[in-house]
Design a binder for this molecule. Structure first.
Ligand SMILES: [Fe+2]
Ligand SMILES: [Fe+2]
Length: 476
């Protein structure tokens, strides 16, 4: 196990020498980062002592320990999973050859763009939830919100370190922008559109953690077997942290749905809004709202950029080692739809069979959607067990897309093609109405006292780190 040097100015396990130019660059970054954190991190909780897990080692088991800290004192730093010295590169034209400690000159600008785009999502997701502490439904949920906040901040550190350590001045130039862009800003928005969507209810935060943090997992997985070994090990460590983010979303939504179902049975009605709950149909509409921008994050179906990154051994497919036996040519085909010009020049969709290397984004998206289907299946099984006749449905990947083959067409949530007029009329009932949003927002009152819980969500089954559910996770 590689222990983490907590005595260094920047906590790390990458052998950072405090006197080195790199350490000095990171120390300057820390000053700017803390300024950004005070402005964009959780507002109103500076004095709170929060029971957070913080990195202590690089091993998947026992990588973190829990302690009470103020949020501003979180152990932000640079951590990488352990080196696997004998493992050669897995895929692309480097397959079977030694892994790289530096990026070949031809790919420097490509990898800088890859790292900058990943880095930009991390502070964005802190900015999206700056005020959500004020509507956390329990002390336990408040703690989980802060854990995610701090770790997203640390993920920025992980990417900034790679940019500075391996790309010199070219990498350093990107750093300023990472702290200057703002989620949702008209002048300087975040790079990826989904990260500019404001998250205004705790319910939306739970959807975000289920959908977007899971997209994050897929991005990290696809880089965790990179031939550029520092990137691979950085992403492996981030994956330790990411699992909890998805748990917060998955289990949070399960608890919301459980509470709604309990209220339905108790009051013998589908409409639990008057009883302080969130109707299942409203929850479905929030799913319809949040899924398309996250599905867009995987990019266009066919992508030369992804093919090049794969060929260079830099970014692979998710579960590259576990699920695939051929890692170089990717001749195996997949079926997808493309927008083509019809006879009269009007665009239409046509099925096409393409080699997998041309459609790496689509392969990742389909794998991701199957995992989301598994999450929704679990909700539906819980409802069936409670004898409630309602089934959630994941919106089709055709629905309301802004990127890729479907963006110029109109579809219903179940993937049926409709006219623009039908789509615009349908959207009124497919995504939350103003009245529904107002109801949800009215429910999002803070409940911070240990052991208490808001009426719209069921308590968790167990606490954090073996502590009881009513534990005082955040001392206010
Ligand atoms: Fe992250
Ligand atoms: Fe995350």
């Amino acid at each position: 196990m590689t222990p983490i040097d907590g005595s260094s100015a920047i906590p790390n396990n990458v052998g950072l020498d405090d006197a080195s130019p790199l350490a000095k660059t990171l120390a300057r970054f820390k000053t700017d980062y803390m300024k950004w954190w005070r402005e964009c991190g959780p507002q109103g909780f500076d004095a709170a002592q929060c029971y957070l897990r913080m990195p202590v080692a690089a091993d998947a088991r026992g990588w973190a320990s829990y302690e009470y800290v103020k949020l501003a004192d979180f152990r932000w730093g640079v951590f990488q999973a352990e080196r696997a010295p004998d493992k050669p590169a897995l895929f692309g034209r480097l397959a079977g050859r030694p892994k790289l400690d530096e990026v070949p000159a031809d790919y420097r600008s490509t990898v800088i763009k890859l790292l900058t785009t990943q880095a930009d999502t991390e502070p964005a997701s802190v900015e999206q939830i700056t005020y959500l502490g004020r509507m956390a439904p329990s002390n336990y949920d408040l703690r989980n919100l802060f854990q995610i906040n701090c770790e997203e901040g640390r993920h920025l550190w992980a990417m900034v370190h790679l940019l500075c350590a391996h790309f010199g001045k070219d990498g350093e130039r990107e750093i300023e922008g990472l702290l200057q862009r703002r989620s949702g800003s008209a002048e300087k928005p975040r790079i990826l559109n989904a990260f500019n969507h404001p998250i205004e209810e705790f319910l939306s935060f739970l959807f975000w953690s289920t959908l977007a943090d899971r997209d994050g997992k897929y991005q990290l997985l696809s880089m965790s077997e990179s031939a550029f070994d520092p990137l691979a090990r950085t992403c492996k460590f981030m994956l330790f942290e990411e699992a909890h983010h998805m748990f917060v979303g998955d289990d949070g939504l399960r608890r919301v749905i459980q509470r709604t179902a309990e209220l339905m049975l108790e009051h013998d009605t589908d409409d639990v809004a008057p009883h302080g709950g969130i109707n299942l149909s409203t929850i479905q509409r929030y799913l319809n709202y949040w899924a398309p921008p996250v599905i867009d994050l995987f990019g266009s179906e066919m992508s030369q950029w992804s093919e090049d990154l794969f060929d260079a051994g830099l970014k692979g497919r998710v579960y590259e080692a576990e699920r695939y036996s051929e890692h170089v040519r990717l001749d195996e085909t997949i079926d997808l739809e493309r927008a083509v010009n019809g006879a009269a020049g009007e665009p239409r969709l046509a099925g096409e069979r393409v080699p997998m290397r041309k459609a790496i984004n689509e392969v990742a998206r389909d794998t991701y959607l199957r995992e989301i289907d598994g999450v929704i299946d679990r909700w539906n099984r819980m409802l069936a067990k409670m004898e409630i006749k309602f089934a959630f449905a994941r919106p089709s990947k055709r629905f309301n897309r802004k990127i890729g083959a479907y963006k110029d067409f109109f579809f219903t949530p179940d993937g049926r093609r409709v006219t623009r007029e039908e789509f615009e009329a349908g959207m009124k009932s497919w995504v939350p109405s103003e009245a529904e949003k107002a109801h949800v927002r009215a429910l999002m009152q803070p409940v911070h006292a240990p052991g208490k819980i808001a009426g719209w969500i069921a308590p968790p089954a167990r606490g954090i780190d073996g502590k009881p559910v009513p534990y005082e996770y955040v001392r206010l």
